[in-house]
Design a protein around this ligand. Structure first.
Ligand SMILES: NC(=O)c1ccc[n+]([C@@H]2O[C@H](COP(=O)([O-])OP(=O)(O)OC[C@H]3O[C@@H](n4cnc5c(N)ncnc54)[C@H](OP(=O)(O)O)[C@@H]3O)[C@@H](O)[C@H]2O)c1
Length: 327
């Protein structure tokens, strides 16, 4: 592939003569952030059921850290990390009608086997993507899919929270948590946020009704009779969470592997437990995006790094989301 034109664009991307190779972040071995390095690799060609996206921003997630260290999702290196992307459709495979070159899109590559967004180009199934509204920057768009869909699939499609639901959210100012708080509030829930004292003000700004500082207070002694606990921490939190639920209440976790001991204890007490692994879902992402466009949901960008500084992005600690930018 040598040439792609974007006839409906007037900016600098209107005509792009594509090289045969691209910059990508790869790792040749498992390990810490230092194993991530830039390389020049071949630009993939979109086949049946694929579009080629010129990546403008790629979201960073803790699952990337785990994958980098263990290869749990991508196997043996070399491989390229990254599920969250926002960019411009550069080419479409045979029979694709959903998008055309020049369309601004974003989405979640199929989780967990579809990683590869830390690169200038990536192929994606079109139905993992949606059009990016102008109201969202590429950076904001890339911050949303994995964390937002996790919160959506847990709160809306698993716990079915609604107006008046009482929900406790741990890690409430982190990548998933800050979106979960806002989505729960948008659905009319009363939200108790479990955060460190330094993030209490941020949690209130996001909409939390009550705050518990986990550095000084055991949340399981502070509240009772809640409908839902949304946990992103694991450890002994799932077991402790059972104490704060009403009969029939539900514990939902982003860490299904942490739920072992709590499942039997919950069953004995008439409580429900569910662990969720996020799925790529364009309809869910559309609903999340509507909340953003209407001003109800705001992604919090903790920091941005250029693609070649993925190693620094993986070492950064902050609240909200970290995003790689690919100008
Ligand atoms: N199953 C799935 O599909 C799925 C999807 C997304 C994420 N996840 C997992 O969910 C977890 C959270 O993801 P994330 O993106 O939200 O991570 P993150 O951005 O690192 O956020 C974690 C949050 O937890 C807070 N925290 C740390 N220790 C805490 C404690 N003991 N009690 C309460 N809060 C605490 C941190 O705040 P402080 O800095 O104040 O400590 C931070 O705000 C990760 O393990 C990730 O792998 C799973």
């Amino acid at each position: 592939m040598t040439c792609v034109s974007f006839p409906n664009r007037t900016d600098t991307l209107s005509v792009v003569v594509m090289a045969e190779t691209m910059r990508a972040i790869i790792q040749d071995e498992l390990g810490g952030p230092e194993v991530l390095h830039e390389a020049s690799i071949e630009i993939p060609t979109p086949g049946i059921g694929q579009v080629l996206v010129r990546v403008r921003a790629a979201g960073v997630n803790p699952a990337d850290f785990m994958n980098r260290q263990t290869g749990v999702f991508s196997g043996t290196p070399p491989f390229t990390l990254g599920w969250d992307l926002a960019g411009v459709v550069a080419a479409v495979g045979p029979g694709i009608t959903l998008f055309e070159p020049g369309d601004d899109v974003f989405g979640l590559l199929p989780f967990p086997r579809g990683a590869g967004a830390y690169a200038e180009y990536v192929v994606a199934p079109p139905r993992a993507l949606i059009r990016k509204p102008d109201a969202l920057s590429f950076t904001q768009a890339a911050s949303l899919p994995l964390a937002g869909l996790t919160a959506w699939q847990m709160l809306v499609e698993t716990a079915h929270i609604s107006d008046g639901s009482t929900v406790l959210i741990t890690g409430a100012t982190g990548g998933v948590g800050h979106l979960a708080v806002q989505i729960a509030k948008a659905l009319g829930a009363h939200v108790t946020a479990v955060v460190s004292a330094q993030n209490a003000e941020l949690a209130r700004t996001l909409g939390a009704d009550a705050i518990i500082d986990y550095t000084s207070t055991d949340f399981s002694r502070q509240v009772r009779g809640l409908d839902v606990v949304f946990d992103v921490i694991g450890g002994d939190y799932p077991l402790r969470a059972l104490d704060v639920l009403r009969p029939g209440g539900m514990l939902i976790s982003t860490l299904p592997q942490s739920l072992g001991p709590s499942r039997a204890a919950a069953a004995e007490r008439g409580l429900r437990v569910a662990g969720v692994f996020v799925e790529s879902d364009r309809l869910g992402l559309m609903q999340i995006t509507e909340l953003v466009v209407s001003g109800t949901l705001t992604p919090l960008i903790a920091a941005t790094f250029p693609l070649e500084r993925a190693d620094q992005a993986h070492s950064f600690k902050g609240q909200g989301k970290v995003v790689l930018e690919v100008p």
